[in-house]
Design a protein around this ligand. Structure first.
Ligand code: SF4
Length: 216
């Protein structure tokens, strides 16, 4: 009961107004959450998506990356971060001595907004409960919000990403650090240095928190 109250408090604190929890309010596994999503038609993105992009990686990861929404490559394959930006994300993860398989990667929205437009508030409100359930099940020590939209949406903030990046915020029982989206880095390679600084902070924080990634 205590755990349920804590989770409801967390959802309330971050301003979640409703959750898609038809079958099980507090799923025990990622498989259960995926089953609950089913062939989702809860928002209009179902009309244009090819595949639901649920998330990939280690279900007990100490480190989780959260982006905004799938792009064209992700929509085609049903896997997050597999295009050019995804390949760069893999290298960013490996830069701190961790493999892509060791972390978990997901997006706020599970379906691609057409033309890669920004998600609409109603779409986020309808879908984000699934991400929060994933976070509750995985319980990562550290989350990295990739890009302005993910950071501002998760933290309920309008602060520019340039001011939020590199800082740790308490979030969902762990810590969340915003950094630039890999797609932004492809357009602005000079920002890679700042992402490297952010990733070093992630590595140091994981060590401080006794992450098994570093043999602690
Ligand atoms: S974006 Fe989320 S809520 Fe909308 S159809 Fe896809 S899975 Fe369902």
């Amino acid at each position: 009961m205590r755990e349920i109250i804590d989770q409801l408090n967390f959802f309330s604190e971050i301003g979640v107004t409703h959750l898609n929890l038809e079958k099980s309010s507090f799923p025990a596994s990622l498989e259960e959450i995926r089953e609950e999503i089913g062939d989702c038609t809860r928002c209009k993105l179902c009309q244009t998506r090819k595949n639901i992009v649920f998330g990939v990686g280690n279900p007990a990861a100490d480190l989780m990356f959260v982006g905004e929404a799938p792009g064209a490559d992700e929509d085609a394959q049903g896997v997050p971060f597999v295009g050019r930006a995804g390949q760069l994300l893999t290298r960013i993860i490996e830069s701190i001595g961790v493999s892509r398989d060791q972390v978990y990667i997901a997006n706020i929205l599970k379906c691609r907004p057409p033309g890669n437009r920004d998600p609409e508030a109603e779409e986020v409100a309808t879908c984000e409960g699934f991400l929060f359930q994933q976070i509750q099940v995985i319980a990562p020590k550290v989350m990295v919000a990739l890009g302005r939209y993910a950071a501002q949406t998760l933290l309920r903030s309008e602060t520019p990403i340039s001011r939020m990046r590199g800082q740790f915020f308490e979030f969902a029982g762990g810590l969340l650090i915003p950094t630039y989206h890999p797609a932004y880095l492809l357009r602005n390679p000079s920002a890679k240095r700042q992402v490297w600084e952010d990733m070093k902070a992630v590595r140091d924080k994981l060590k401080e928190l006794n992450s098994s990634f570093y043999g602690v």
